[in-house]
Write a protein that binds this ligand. Structure first.
Ligand SMILES: N[C@@H](CCC(=O)N[C@@H](CS)C(=O)NCC(=O)O)C(=O)O
Length: 67
């Protein structure tokens, strides 16, 4: 199963940091995509992935998980 984690800056977004840490600890391989927060295009970029416009978002080959 493929795992693609979309996050914001880990320095500002503890939600993103927690998701990345949790995935790292599982040892699973995954790809990571950073969307810089507080930029003019942040909202537009987030909405391309997530209807809530929030990160983190984990896309798997089966489903998408927001937490
Ligand atoms: N998933 C959490 C919140 C996640 C969240 O608030 N993420 C922030 C970054 S920490 C976000 O995506 N903000 C969008 C933005 O800054 O435009 C929840 O639903 O309670």
């Amino acid at each position: 199963m493929s795992l693609h984690l979309i996050i914001g800056d880990k320095l500002y977004s503890s939600w993103s940091l927690r998701a990345a840490l949790a995935l790292d600890l599982t040892g699973a391989s995954y790809t990571e995509e950073l969307i810089k927060l507080n930029q003019p295009d942040t909202r537009e970029r987030l909405l391309k992935h997530s209807p809530t416009g929030k990160v983190p978002l984990l896309k798997t080959s089966l489903e998408e998980i927001e937490r």
